[in-house]
Design a protein around this ligand. Structure first.
Ligand code: TRH
Length: 383
């Protein structure tokens, strides 16, 4: 496909735009496509991509045409492939224009990521439009070959390897940190408000290993400030409490955030996109699922846990299960002090597992390749 339109509504946080932007950029760079990304909240976009100017109706960023998706926006001719990110509902006028285009565009609803087993069976299903001669297809990212796969730039793993081999010391220096001392943990923290945080900080503070906690500015800061006994925290703050050193970082660009994940020994991540990036980082992770009504996110959590711990030795698998469950408020999980003791004891095993898991995922086709092939197969023939 030569042309793509990607529609994205920012519901909450950064995951919607984070994923849509990665997809747009990869389609433009790796597939040589002409891509328009239509976003309803350019200010949120600017947080993860600082070059974006929120007040511009149209701008080009890394070869992608970025358009403000406003009520009065004029869309012009629809592209050959149209992505409705996360069921964001396309404008009626645009859908009507799609129906008159010959051949009609391939219309994809890009879904949220889940490791649940039903995803494979639903991936690719069609939904004919009730009135117009259009069909929308449901495209599910996922962890198995029955799904649409995971987003991964072609050069991502090579860039990560080069960073780990040659750039990591300079990275720490740029953050104002010396190289880690033996036994130290460097840990990143990106989280929603979390009742288990204080327990975890207590465990680190009184633990035997030095811990440097790197926290990009965000929703967790008020809770962290409270635990530290401070009114507020901001980027640049560095505070020590016994074995725990807390360092607050500015909210980074997406590419800089990747480097933080690559550099740390353990990453606390959340939602969808940071969770995937932490897996590509080949470092152990603790995932906080995006909270959903009636605990639906606990099913997502258990599904990924089941996959991630497959083949892992029982004590290490238990350490992962305990920490992930406690961090997500699953009833019955041991407290964070016990979780941390279990995790520490499995440090090397979990480190090796994270690398093996990344290699296993990398063996599967990526989302962009899978999507392009899917769309080509659904492409109607011109008459
Ligand atoms: O921000 P999120 O909580 O987004 C969520 C999830 O996507 C969730 O599935 C969705 O339903 C909800 O939004 C509406 O978490 P996520 O998905 O990890 O997205 C964060 C993005 O922010 C990701 O692209 C990484 C990026 N990021 C930076 O660019 N710089 C930073 O410093 C940090 C911490 C993150």
């Amino acid at each position: 496909m030569r042309t793509w339109d990607i529609f994205c509504k920012v519901i909450d946080n950064y995951g919607d735009i984070g994923v849509s932007w990665r997809l747009a950029r990869s389609l433009a760079h790796e597939q040589g496509s002409r891509v328009r990304l239509l976003v309803d909240d350019l200010a949120a976009f600017q947080r993860i991509r600082p070059e974006i100017q929120p007040d511009r109706a149209q701008q080009v960023c890394e070869g992608v045409t970025v358009c403000a998706w406003q009520q009065e926006a004029v869309f012009g001719e629809p592209a050959e492939a149209v992505i409705e990110a996360f069921g964001c509902t396309l404008p009626d006028v645009y859908v009507a224009a799609m129906a008159t285009r010959i051949p009609s565009p391939v219309w994809i609803n890009l879904e949220y990521l889940s490791a649940e087993s039903w995803v494979g069976a639903h991936h690719g299903l069609p939904s004919p439009h009730p009135q117009l001669p259009l069909t929308k297809y449901f495209f599910f990212p996922g962890y198995t070959r029955q799904t649409g796969g995971l987003l991964r730039e072609r050069d991502l793993l090579a860039r990560r390897s080069a960073f780990v081999q040659h750039e990591i010391e300079a990275y720490w220096r740029a953050l104002g940190l010396a190289a880690p001392v033996p036994g130290e943990w460097r840990i990143s923290l990106f989280a929603y408000e979390n009742p288990a945080l204080a327990e975890l900080l207590d465990a680190w503070r009184s633990g035997a290993d030095p811990v440097t906690l790197l926290v990009p500015e965000g929703r967790i800061l008020p809770q962290l400030a409270k635990w530290l006994g401070l009114g507020a925290l901001q980027a640049g703050d560095a505070i020590r409490r016994d074995a725990l050193q807390v360092q607050v970082l500015p909210f980074a660009s997406q590419d800089d955030y990747d480097r933080l994940l690559w550099a740390c020994d353990l990453n606390f991540v959340r939602g969808e996109d940071s969770c995937v990036r932490a897996q590509w980082a080949a470092r152990p992770l603790v995932w906080q699922a995006y909270p959903q009504a009636e605990g639906a996110h606990h099913d997502k959590l258990e599904a990924l846990l089941a996959l991630y711990t497959e083949g892992l030795e029982p004590p290490a698998a238990q350490a992962v299960r305990d920490a992930w469950r406690r961090w997500n408020g699953v009833p019955g999980a041991p407290d964070m002090a016990a979780c941390w003791a279990g995790w520490r004891a499995q440090r090397d095993v979990l480190g090796a597992h994270a690398a093996a898991w990344q290699a296993r995922l990398a063996d599967q086709p990526g989302l962009v390749e899978t999507l392009v092939e899917f769309v080509e197969n659904k492409r109607p023939q011109a008459v």
